[in-house]
Design a protein around this ligand. Structure first.
Ligand code: ATP
Ligand code: MG
Length: 671
């Protein structure tokens, strides 16, 4: 009969005692101090789920559990770091040995030690989506499968299909039938490609993002010795945002926990917003089925938001049929200010409003760190980025690249820059390399030929670009593109005078760039929209140079103005998509483009009820980020340079709410 024996670390007499009772409510306290076993905390937004997990980690350390025995899984690596910092402050323990991070980062860590057991070699590389697409293209090309005659998924779509299959653990044929019925008859070819792709990854010692999860699961499933080792190591497993885990992540947790391990998960079914990426809310709803002995805690108090904000959130989510009903009570007193509903004349008026309010709040003493602007799609932030920049308001953007750092925006700008500054070698190179058939060497030759022309040295543009450029020797393949480029440049400077910025953008786009973009980028539609936005924005400038300097300032790239790392630490307003805002909170939250078709997204509205309910949960996530002030903004008119003015209606998530939950602001221009 083996004897159980537990090692304890000696108590730390110097550490101040944590006042668990004072800092936690009863339910939280019960969860934090719960005996070993499985525990579920299911509760609404801002009720302290993350707070509870943080204190649970502290409590475990306080009770002699070693840091390396704890595994903490969070939605972002930053969240894990912040939680551990807090724990470190609470118990003064060394949390660096604790395993905390996203599923992918923990999976990567396991693979770094053990990938050889799966046939990979040491130092495998991780492919990003771009690399993955390239590799898949090679695989398809060498597969002998004829993809020409029929509508065959492109490499990128194949990647998406494989990824969903991995994450949902669904067999390919079922997945195709439900999510991609139009590819269902290609099942044999797609299955074959999936196998070839796997082989290719192994052969090139590469893993894609999904492998960081599928491979660790395989590792644990196929190697009982490793399974036992890690089950033994991770005595306590804790998971935040459990409602957005997918089948594969759930399996990873179940394997590591073992049949009677110690597992604590927290989540909120009303905030499940990633089903499009394979998240499965039944993981949390059916938790007790897998773990019949689990203790369940519910928290019904919201500590984050003032009652005014909370009433709006409660009323909104009540419109969803598929949910566990909860009515969160506010712990905080009333603020005396209702959430603001702010219709604005246009997108730029919306940007001005947000920027001005941000400055006013800052004047009143609110830190920029405590303000955020949330939106449904990254490109909704474009005008605001420009407005904040021109007013000198610091911001950090977490939803994607800064608008002007994107390749297609810089491409278009390169034409304009060269037309205005004929010594601009960088822009010239960038521009000519877009022409099919022009590579680095011929671009160099062309530049040297250009330098010999009079126009290259003249202060003012003399003559026409085409007169100078057409005679130059270019590779045969590039001839047509080159000529087109020359004529396009002619349109930018007419009789020595530059055209207006929107005119220039239109010429570049229609003359050269549209064709290039459609051939080159997968998401050409999105990029077309971006360029349209750029053109909309440019219409407020008459001088293209002024417009271009504004662009450079915004991107901070061409001017060498990139903020130094220490500057990035300084206070800044956060700009983020609603998806990325999960789990976070700010004193003031501005939701922009809360207009029908924008939020909810048009596609979700056309689709099923489920799609719409997921959008509503996303709206719920958005509004519950606000602690004190919430602004719901939308432009009444969406001005499009191409299609003219489009009238916008407020989001149905606003119009379905009782009007007395909001205060309408009538914003007028002060000019
Ligand atoms: P979300 O659903 O958005 O992830 P959550 O349930 O994880 O929210 P937390 O972020 O943990 O909520 O907590 C929300 C806010 O309430 C935080 O500022 C936290 O410090 C505070 N808070 C949580 N519990 C308490 C408590 N018992 N007393 C005072 N403040 C609390
Ligand atoms: Mg949380």
């Amino acid at each position: 009969m083996p004897r159980d024996y537990t090692l304890h670390t000696p108590p730390r007499p110097t550490a101040p005692r944590i006042e668990y009772r004072a800092e936690l409510n009863e339910q939280q306290h019960a969860a934090v101090t719960a005996p070993p076993g499985q525990t579920l905390v299911i509760a609404g937004a801002g009720s302290g789920k993350t707070h509870t997990l943080t204190y649970r980690v502290a409590w475990l350390l306080d009770n002699g559990v070693l840091p390396e025995q704890i595994l903490l899984l969070t939605f972002t690596n930053k969240a894990a770091r912040e939680m551990l910092e807090r724990v470190g402050a609470l118990v003064q323990a060394d949390t660096s040995r604790l395993w905390g991070g996203t599923f992918h980062s923990i999976g990567n860590k396991l693979l770094r030690w053990n990938a050889e057991r799966l046939g990979y070699r040491k130092g495998f590389s991780i492919m990003d989506r771009e690399d993955q697409k390239d590799l898949l293209e090679t695989v398809v090309a060498n597969s002998g499968i004829d993809t020409k005659g029929i509508r065959f998924p492109k490499a990128e779509v194949l990647g998406e299909i494989f990824s969903l299959a991995d994450n949902t653990c669904e067999p390919l044929d079922e997945l195709l039938a439900t999510r991609y019925p139009y590819f269902a008859e290609l099942i044999d070819d797609i299955t074959k490609l999936r196998g070839l792709y796997q082989e290719k990854k192994l052969e090139t010692n590469c893993m894609d993002f999904d492998d960081l999860l599928t491979q660790p699961v395989r590792l644990l499933r196929e190697h009982p010795d490793l399974l036992e080792r890690y089950q033994r190591q991770f005595e306590f497993i804790l998971v935040d945002e459990y409602q957005d885990t997918n089948r594969l992540q759930c399996e990873f947790i179940e394997l590591l926990t073992g049949p009677d391990g110690n597992l604590m998960v927290v989540g909120d079914d009303a905030q499940s917003i990633y089903s499009w990426r394979g998240a499965d809310v039944t993981n949390i709803l059916n938790f007790h089925k897998h773990w019949p002995k689990a203790r369940v805690f519910k928290i019904e108090v919201n500590y984050r938001s003032v009652p005014e904000v909370l009433s709006l959130a409660n009323a909104s989510i009540a419109n969803n049929r598929a949910q566990i009903r909860k009515n969160l009570q506010a712990a905080r007193p009333e603020k005396g200010m209702l959430p603001a509903l702010v219709p604005l004349d246009s997108g730029s008026a919306q940007a001005s409003f947000v920027a001005q309010r941000i400055l006013e709040l800052a004047d009143e003493g609110m830190s920029y760190d405590e303000m955020a602007v949330l939106y449904r799609a990254h490109f909704h932030s474009m005008e605001l980025q420009m407005e904040l920049t021109s007013r000198g308001i610091p911001f950090q953007i977490t939803s994607g690249l800064r608008f002007f750092e994107q390749a297609h925006i810089k491409d278009v700008a390169a034409f304009m820059k060269f037309a205005l500054n004929r010594q601009d070698e960088v822009s010239f190179m960038r521009m000519v390399k877009l022409i099919p058939g022009v590579g680095g060497a011929s671009a160099n030759k062309l530049w040297n030929a250009w330098l010999k022309t009079e126009a290259a040295r003249a202060e003012v543009m003399v003559g026409k670009f085409s007169d100078l450029l057409l005679p130059m020797p270019v590779p045969k393949k590039a001839r047509e593109g080159w000529d087109q480029l020359a004529y396009t440049l002619d349109e930018l400077i007419v009789d020595g005078k530059p055209a207006t910025p929107p005119e220039m953008i239109r010429s570049i786009y229609e003359g050269v760039y549209q064709d290039y973009m459609r051939a080159k980028f997968k998401n050409a539609d999105q990029r077309e929209q971006d360029i349209e936005q750029l053109s909309n924005y440019s219409s407020r400038f008459t001088d293209p140079l002024e417009f271009l300097s504004q662009l450079s300032l915004l991107s901070g790239v061409d001017t060498g103005d990139k903020p130094a790392p220490e500057e990035q630490e300084k206070e800044a307003v956060t700009l983020t998509t609603a998806h990325q805002a999960k789990g976070l909170e700010w004193q003031a939250v501005f939701a922009i483009w809360v207009a029908d078709g924008m939020f909810p997204h048009a596609r979700a509205v056309e689709g099923s009820d489920q799609g719409l309910e997921e959008e509503r949960r996303l709206f719920y996530v958005t509004v519950t980020r606000a602690k004190d002030e919430l602004y719901l903004c939308y432009p009444v008119v969406n001005h499009q340079a191409r299609d003219g003015d489009i009238l916008m209606r407020p989001s149905r998530f606003i119009s379905e709410l009782p009007a007395d939950l909001m205060e309408k602001w009538n914003v007028r221009g002060g000019w």
